[in-house]
Ligand binder design. Structure first.
Ligand SMILES: [Zn+2]
Length: 455
């Protein structure tokens, strides 16, 4: 997967200085495409020496009294890596990132090495080409970009959230609850009144008992033995094992109703949900764990995932901050109904989500889908989230998350590619497509093949 590794400097450079620095880098053997095209352009007319007037023309030129070109960006290609240097004009840009140098690459380690090489070349060229008296007053420090600058600022504003905390036991329990049968029986056990016996009969008795055995072995359920009074059928005790009332360890207490020994009363086996089981089922926490583990397996760094983002009694179980986008997940261990759609949209607006993902163990009903369709048609909030991504069932979960991560990463590179082209006043998309390949991006209404996402 392609990544952008970049850094920036507060340096404020006029276009003619930028031109000189790029000239120096090209003279040192690095070939940037705009510089080299200008060199070829001039050479075709027999111009091979660059005086001040020629350098000014490379920096910018006007046609019909309008600025037609300003040299603000250039790219280099080395093997499968694209290196860019942009100089945002001082007036329009963030004062902290006026010069940005970046590498777009599939290999992070290679990219880091190349980035260091280009930053050093840039610094060397600057010192060589620009008057030392001016250079002395320049801030030549470079800053590494945080991958999530925008959203970190945004999300930490809410304050109330937690980072994922998943023990090995939690992970195992959540994985075991992937089994719908196990979940159904666990739910039944947790809803049982302990004074009644768990009603297990009929043709499925065997499988139910097997599932309960599994739940016990996973520590989600604890076996209990209930003792009922033979006289009035009242529950008189709950014990862990029969040893407590028979044999040498037996406690010598008797029934308060009829005076019988406990071992002579009616004994029934039953079950209760364990603390781990309660933790997993409360708010369908097992789904939060499952989705978090899947996100990490698909390449989302753990530090980019947060839980329980809360404000004014609105809560989102799981939020991802990735490539300066915010995804919010809605998790339902049942069908997602139309009544769930409005509150979810409200939360999406509140937390400025760029994407909503509905993950349900059941289905997203047709009515719910229609609510989202209507809202996205009538919404005046532009480009906020559109129609959610629906993930129905656990089986398609990993593939769906993989696709989302891949798309977001590609769109991030695509956005950067367009920014560089815009700054350069030159469409670099043939070079991006040539090096990075063609991409299809999944959209809701079907699949778009081989879109030129760099243009
Ligand atoms: Zn009794």
């Amino acid at each position: 997967m392609f990544e952008i590794i970049n850094c920036h400097s507060k340096l404020s450079l006029a276009t003619n200085d930028f031109t000189l620095i790029l000239m120096g880098m090209n003279d040192a053997g690095l070939k940037s495409v705009i510089w080299q095209s200008k060199v070829s352009f001039l050479a075709a007319a027999g111009i091979t020496t660059f005086n001040k007037r020629i350098l000014d023309w490379i920096g910018y030129y006007n046609i019909k009294r309008e600025t037609s070109f300003i040299y603000r960006a250039d790219i280099f290609v080395e093997g499968q890596e694209i290196i860019y240097i942009v100089n945002e004009s001082a007036g329009n840009s963030d004062p902290y990132r006026r010069i940005e140098i970046g590498v777009i690459s599939e290999n992070k380690d290679t990219a880091k090495q190349i980035l260091i090489k280009y930053v050093n070349h840039f610094k060397d060229s600057l010192k060589l080409k620009i008057d030392g008296r001016r250079v002395r007053h320049m801030d030549l420090a470079w800053y590494k970009a945080n991958e999530n600058d925008l959203v970190d600022t945004h999300v930490s504003y809410y304050r109330s959230f937690s980072y994922p905390s998943i023990s090995e036991t939690d992970s195992q329990a959540a994985t075991q609850l992937n089994d719908p049968e196990a979940r159904a029986i666990l739910r039944k056990i947790s809803e049982q009144d302990l004074s009644k016996n768990l009603d297990i009969k009929g043709e499925h008795k065997e499988t139910v008992l097997k599932t309960i055995e599994k739940l016990i072995s996973w520590d989600l359920v604890i076996p209990k033995i209930l003792i009922f009074c033979r006289k009035n059928a009242a529950a008189i005790a709950v014990i862990q094992s029969r040893d407590e009332i028979t044999g040498s360890n037996a406690v010598g207490v008797r029934c308060p109703h009829c005076g019988r020994k406990f071992s002579e009363e009616l004994i029934k086996e039953s079950y209760m949900i364990s603390d781990l089981g309660k933790k997993m089922t409360r708010g369908s926490h097992w789904m939060t764990i499952l989705i978090t583990n899947t996100l990490i397996a698909s390449g989302i760094p753990k530090k980019n995932i947060i839980w329980n983002l809360t404000e004014d009694s609105e809560e989102v179980d799981c939020v991802v901050q990735f490539k300066d986008q915010v995804w919010i997940f809605e998790l339902k261990d049942r069908n997602f109904e139309s009544g769930d759609a409005h509150p979810l949209t409200y939360r999406a607006v509140k937390f400025k989500a760029s994407k909503i993902i509905v993950f349900t163990t059941g289905k997203v009903t047709k009515d719910a889908r229609n609510v989202f369709k209507d809202m996205s048609r009538n919404s005046r909030i532009d480009g906020l989230y559109g129609i959610p991504t629906y993930i129905e069932g656990i089986l398609p979960l990993k593939a769906a998350i993989d696709t989302m991560v891949k798309n977001e990463t590609i769109m991030h590179v695509s956005k950067k590619a367009k920014e560089i082209s815009l700054l350069a006043g030159m469409d670099f998309s043939p070079i991006f497509s040539h090096i990075l390949g063609d991409y299809s991006v999944d959209i809701e209404n079907g699949r778009k093949e081989n879109v030129n996402i760099f243009r």
